[in-house]
Write a protein that binds this ligand. Sequence first.
Ligand code: OGA
Ligand code: MN
Length: 281
Amino acid sequence: MSLLAINKLTTTVGAEVDGIDPDRLATDDTLGEAVLDALEENGVLVFPRLHVNPEAQVAFCRRLGDIDHSSDGHHRVPGIYPITLDVSKNSSAAYLRATFDWHIDGCTPIGDECPQKATVLSAVHVAEHGGETEFASSYAAYDALSDEEKQRYGSLRVVHSLEASQRRVTPDPTPEQLARWRARRTHEHPLVWTHSSGRKSLVLGASADYVMGMDLDAGRALLAELLDRATVPDKVYSHRWSVGDTVIWNNRGVLHRAAPYDPDSPREMLRTTVLGDEPIQ
Ligand code: OGA
Ligand code: MN
């Protein structure tokens, strides 16, 4: 029995957690494990209007694992990274436009880091129109394949790159932009991720560039088809933000994207990332 009061939001992804307040987050030592279990089962957990402060958000995330501090310095609280298109609040805001495409975070790390385990966003300001965050289960995407497809795709390997994800939002880069993207090494991942738990998921999204050993166009068409099937509207949970909402996702088992919003909108999310320890294999 979970310690959490959980209401599923769709059949394949997302659940709302009720009865949690910032005090309980800080003091209930059993919450970390309960949240990790619920994340593995539901992919996304929504804490409506939790109004957790940044310090408490980071402290809670420490119960889930090690925190990513590689982007510190954009916010006064270490462990917090502001997600906003406002360059005065985040000097690397331009890269965030790539969040408008379906993706899994951390498929093209600088070195050999594993994809993040979980990510937390809390809404400080919300967009007037759009700006929902959408989620689809990558476990469900694998489970929905036919036996024959599971067999056929089980051995495919896919090259992921920063260039692939950036080119989708900036199709005509300057030579300088292109050089910066290409300075990041590419990564080859299996299409099917067999997790240490034994579950399997599909590794898809904006960073997936081409399939090794397959005709370029045919491989890209396959990646696009699998992504389309994974993200049909009835398999998607779309979170419409209210100020103070906190959402956590299991980055190893979901695809996510931001719905478009006005670049001048005040939308601002405070993000904390929990590092992963499981390679895509
Ligand atoms: C992210 C991300 C989506 C959003 O923080 O990794 O993709 O809705 N965010 O801001
Ligand atoms: Mn992301």
